[in-house]
Design a protein around this ligand. Structure first.
Ligand code: HEC
Ligand code: HEC
Ligand code: HEC
Ligand code: HEC
Ligand code: HEC
Ligand code: HEC
Ligand code: HEC
Length: 307
């Protein structure tokens, strides 16, 4: 009798745990999936990859919106019509890099205002399409529908990825030469201690950790290096910029900085010769080490063979 009751209780317990587990798995699966808001079923047409439009000046523009991208975007809880107000098909949008920034700016007014005054934004206003608009730094696909949060590791604006993002344009030597920008800024940054430290470092990066392009130049408010308002213009501004992370460095610390210029016998000779000296020393030490190791292996093999 007692045995029978215990058996029934065990069965009940088992049933409860199976059902409980089922509920937990169900909840997990569904909470991991997220869906973008699409209250008017816009994706029934715009989810079609073949949907295009031809503008008045003959450009063919894709009107495809990837549902997958929208589902993981920072704006997934904002319905299509919140950005595309009222009747999106009645307004002819020019769909340019500037019109895109204007639309983003209708909500992100602060970033938009700064961006318009930056070296990139000022060119956008003049119709230049070579310069950066919002999605060049906020979406890997450069699409307004796949903007992701800045603190996601895969964001082009995440600290560890910034140099690569700027490098998409600033690493293009021919494009930059056409603007008279001759310094190889991307390569020289990657060679610098900051560039190396950020490559080697983990993904967990704090704001004051290691300088990227944006720590020295800004983000939405980037100015020409020759503009007195630029944080890198003149040794005093530069010193203030370094001091964010190297407190008490002062002008002396900053004036030793090469910027993106390569050291050469004519330009900052001390740095040039020090670099040569260090490279030579390093090569010598490494070669010596290698010879010692090889000699030891040969010696070991000979001894083994003799035994
Ligand atoms: C029945 C299919 C269909 C549906 C539903 C639909 N669209 Fe469209 N959409 C189109 C087509 C076709 C075009 C291209 C029209 C043209 O050639 O000018 C277009 C163009 C657009 C454009 C570009 C406008 C321009 O001319 O610059 C936007 C933005 C847009 N749609 C947003 C939306 C939004 C938001 C919704 C939901 C509220 C939506 N669409 C629903 C078919 C559709
Ligand atoms: C956070 C704001 C935002 C949301 C939400 C949004 N869009 Fe857009 N969309 C934009 C911006 C910005 C542009 C670029 C407009 C321009 O250049 O004038 C754009 C452009 C478009 C275009 C023109 C082609 C292109 O890709 O540039 C279509 C079509 C479109 N959106 C459809 C949709 C649909 C459908 C949804 C909902 C699934 C949606 N949008 C949700 C901001 C948004
Ligand atoms: C040249 C690259 C670049 C461009 C262009 C750019 N951003 Fe950003 N944005 C960044 C970076 C990098 C951050 C990360 C935070 C920081 O360092 O300020 C950021 C941060 C943000 C944030 C998060 C809040 C904040 O300010 O930190 C928003 C929102 C934003 N950007 C919107 C925009 C909009 C809207 C535009 C276009 C008008 C734009 N961005 C253009 C690089 C850019
Ligand atoms: C309708 C208003 C609206 C428009 C238009 C809009 N955004 Fe946003 N954006 C938001 C809101 C609200 C959030 C915060 C979303 C959240 O926290 O869930 C956000 C978040 C962001 C973030 C993440 C900020 C962070 O802290 O990481 C970035 C980056 C961003 N938007 C850039 C853009 C860009 C680029 C465009 C143009 C393609 C744009 N936004 C258009 C309202 C808007
Ligand atoms: C530690 C600070 C620092 C970092 C990090 C940095 N820069 Fe600079 N940048 C400077 C200084 C100082 C100058 C002006 C002197 C010079 O041209 O070397 C400059 C100049 C420039 C110029 C103008 C060059 C010319 O020939 O007119 C561009 C473009 C530029 N930087 C882009 C970048 C990009 C892109 C990155 C990241 C890959 C970056 N910078 C990282 C400090 C920095
Ligand atoms: C989509 C391409 C693109 C991206 C992305 C981009 N830039 Fe630029 N940038 C340009 C172009 C083109 C110019 C030249 C504009 C001119 O001289 O009128 C420029 C100009 C500059 C200048 C002024 C150079 C001078 O003459 O002193 C600086 C500084 C700069 N960019 C820094 C950055 C930084 C930092 C980033 C990343 C956070 C970045 N840019 C991302 C295209 C881009
Ligand atoms: C955003 C913060 C930040 C900014 C801004 C910054 N640095 Fe650094 N810097 C660092 C960090 C962190 C290290 C240590 C890197 C490592 O070894 O991990 C470093 C290392 C260095 C080193 C190598 C030797 C040392 O002291 O460890 C020099 C030299 C240096 N920075 C110069 C500069 C100069 C010059 C500027 C201004 C043009 C500057 N830094 C701006 C964060 C910054």
């Amino acid at each position: 009798m007692v045995m029978k009751m215990a058996g029934a209780r065990a069965k009940k317990l088992l049933l409860i745990s199976v059902v409980g587990l089922g509920i937990i798995v169900f909840l997990l699966v569904f909470s991991l999936r997220s869906y973008a808001l699409d209250e008017n079923d816009c994706l029934s047409c715009h989810g079609n990859q073949q949907l295009t439009k031809t503008t008045e000046d003959g450009r063919k523009i894709s009107l495809y919106v990837s549902e997958e991208a929208v589902n993981t975007a920072a704006h997934r809880f904002i319905d299509c019509t919140t950005c595309h107000t009222a009747e999106p098909h009645k307004v002819e949008t020019p769909l340019t890099k500037l019109s895109l920034a204007e639309k983003c700016g209708s909500c992100h007014q602060y970033q938009y205002k700064l961006h318009l005054e930056s070296v990139h934004g000022q060119q956008l206003v003049q119709g230049n399409t070579d310069v950066a608009t919002c999605v060049d730094c906020h979406s890997s696909e450069r699409s307004p529908h796949s903007v992701i949060r800045v603190l996601e590791y895969s964001s082009p604006a995440y600290k560890k990825n910034i140099a690569q993002t700027c490098g998409n344009c600033h690493g293009d030597v021919r494009l930059m030469a056409s603007y008279g920008i001759v310094e190889k800024v991307y390569e020289s940054y990657m060679r610098s201690f900051h560039g190396k430290a950020i490559q080697l470092g983990t993904y967990e990066i704090t704001q004051l950790d290691k300088a990227t392009c944006a720590n020295c130049h800004g983000t939405h408010d980037i100015k020409r290096a020759s503009d007195p308002a630029s944080p890198v213009a003149g040794v005093e501004n530069l010193a203030r910029t370094c001091e964010q992370c190297h407190p008490g460095g002062g002008v002396e610390f900053a004036s030793g900085f090469l910027g993106h210029k390569e050291a050469s016998p004519r330009n900052i000779p001390v740095a040039h010769y020090t670099e040569i000296l260090f490279t030579t020393l390093l090569t010598a030490v490494l070669s010596f080490g290698a010879i010692v190791v090889v000699a030891a292996i040969v010696r070991f093999s000979i001894n083994r063979w003799r035994e």
